[in-house]
Ligand binder design. Sequence first.
Ligand SMILES: Cc1cc2nc3c(=O)[nH]c(=O)nc-3n(C[C@H](O)[C@H](O)[C@H](O)COP(=O)(O)O)c2cc1C
Length: 202
Amino acid sequence: MTTRVLVLTASILAENGQSKGLAEHFIARAASRDGVEVTHRDLVAEELPHLGLAELGSWQVAAEERSDEQRALAARSDVLLAELRGHDVVVLGVPMYNLGIPSQLKAWFDRVMRAGETFRYTENGPQGLVEGKRAVILAARGGQYAGTEKDTQTPHLKLMLGMMGITEVDTVFAEGLNMGESHREAALKEARQAIDGLVERL
Ligand SMILES: Cc1cc2nc3c(=O)[nH]c(=O)nc-3n(C[C@H](O)[C@H](O)[C@H](O)COP(=O)(O)O)c2cc1C
């Protein structure tokens, strides 16, 4: 059986991006595993715009009744949704920028968190409709936040994933990357080792 892995990266720092570097490490290790297929989507290259009313409205119109403009707008989300559905594991390379997730990654979530598609509202609150998937968060930060209320990223990401039904989430932290070279090297080494362990279990 093939395990299909979707890797999403969102670093604006190009080849210096540490979360992207960790994602690339994940991809390289996964490539050595039989039965693992990887798709990589760079959300910075993607340049998804902010979600707006016209695009939101296009989802509410039946596919066969959409105007040309609505078809083009709805396609943004449809493509990303199909890609999410077509993979078993979602790996998120997540830089911390200004105490939150990059807006590029939020723009992806804004396209895949669609009522009636990936979750539905019920009398008991939202119910996830995405079944049988796992996620891995690769979190790169200049400072140290894991396990404190200042980690605004991983609880938010887990809430969004969980709302769609993805509740099995592993997190690898690479923290203190701007706290001196020896600290950075040690954090990245530890993160790469944690990734190796996760890839073993794919
Ligand atoms: C625009 C910008 C904002 C940042 N804001 C924070 C921050 O709020 N907290 C923090 O710990 N590090 C911050 N950093 C440092 C990054 O988290 C660090 O460089 C990390 O490696 C970013 O991930 P990346 O290398 O994958 O892009 C910031 C870096 C940039 C470029």
